[in-house]
Design a protein around this ligand. Structure first.
Ligand code: HEM
Length: 280
């Protein structure tokens, strides 16, 4: 069936429109989730230090590194965590076509900043995991380590294709870079979403090395990357069945993201934001 025949239900509703609407809805929900994440990091890690109550960070942070004496590596941990505020605030703006077209200079500089901070985050993350030893378990750290190796590769590809003006390829690599840099954000969403759907842990352990934890630590970036590729494929395809099938997957991804943002916001981020404000 050709694209012109993809209209079903009523004349104005085509698979392309529904797919675009699903992707735009995902971007909207993701923006809420990203800004909530940025607020959480700012309030939990930056604000207590700025107002002279750094002990709140070690009391309230879920990380192991903030709780034990890790000497100079504490600076690396802060240097790893704080730039995530900027990346979560402005990274997603790169995906808005209107911003790209109307503010190309902003798009270029914001992109460079995101790429530099993303690569730095991958390196400091690898250092913290494998040199400073901040990991709950070796096997549990494998997913995030592959994530850390893929970040510089995809960012290099996104940067190279931008400089050489191959914009279709650039868009594709940039979206994968965005997903990979946000692996840590997706991980929390998927983990909390999994807890909500299962009404508690199911295949999870305290050390994040249960079968579900391991699967989520890889799927948190591989699943959105696969879905992004499917969306690109569906947009190019002339077949309605393909477009509608991918739209169904994208809609499932959207629902899971909504559950994840709500669950992570309510169970992980908001209680800590509230606790910092309560203690100040
Ligand atoms: C550039 C992408 C990344 C960003 C934006 C990022 C962001 C963060 C944030 C916000 C935290 C604090 C978590 C919280 O309070 O819930 C954190 C902790 C941490 N991240 Fe990353 N991260 C990234 C990549 C990585 C990678 C690739 C690794 C390892 C290979 C890694 C290893 C760690 C470690 C070890 C901690 C501290 C865990 C602990 O002390 O228990 N991160 N990261």
């Amino acid at each position: 069936m050709l694209m012109s025949q993809t209209k079903v239900f009523w004349p104005n509703l085509s698979a392309d429109k529904v797919l675009n609407g699903t992707v735009k809805s995902w971007v909207f929900i993701a923006l809420l989730g990203q800004w909530l994440f940025a607020s959480y990091i700012f309030v939990l890690y930056a604000m207590p230090v700025l107002v002279g109550a750094p002990e709140l960070v070690s009391t309230l942070s879920p990380t192991t590194g903030m709780k034990k004496d890790i000497g100079g590596d504490l600076n690396v941990l802060f240097a790893h965590i704080l730039p995530a505020i900027i990346m979560a605030l402005s990274g997603l703006l790169q995906l808005f076509p209107a911003i790209r077209q109307r503010f190309p200079v902003f798009h270029r500089w914001n992109g460079r900043l995101f790429f530099v901070l993303g690569v730095a985050g991958a390196f400091t993350g690898m250092y913290l995991t494998w040199v400073a030893g901040l990991r709950l378990s070796d096997i549990g750290a494998l997913g995030i380590s592959l994530n850390g190796m893929l970040i510089p590769i995809f960012i290099a590809l996104a940067w190279y294709t931008a400089v050489t003006k191959r914009f279709a390829a650039h868009q594709r690599f940039a979206i994968h870079s965005f997903i990979l840099v946000n692996g840590v954000w997706f991980f929390r969403l998927y983990l909390m979403g999994w807890y909500v759907i299962n009404q508690g842990p199911n295949g999870n352990t305290q050390h994040i090395d249960g079968p579900a934890d391991i699967a989520i630590s890889f799927l948190c970036y591989l699943a959105p990357m696969l879905l992004a590729e499917l969306v690109f494929y569906a947009k190019r395809s002339r077949y309605a069945k393909i477009k509608w099938s991918v739209t169904a997957f994208a809609a499932a991804g959207l629902v899971f993201t909504i559950i994840g943002v709500a669950a992570t916001g309510m169970m992980m981020w908001w209680p800590r934001i509230d606790a910092v404000f309560g203690a100040l």
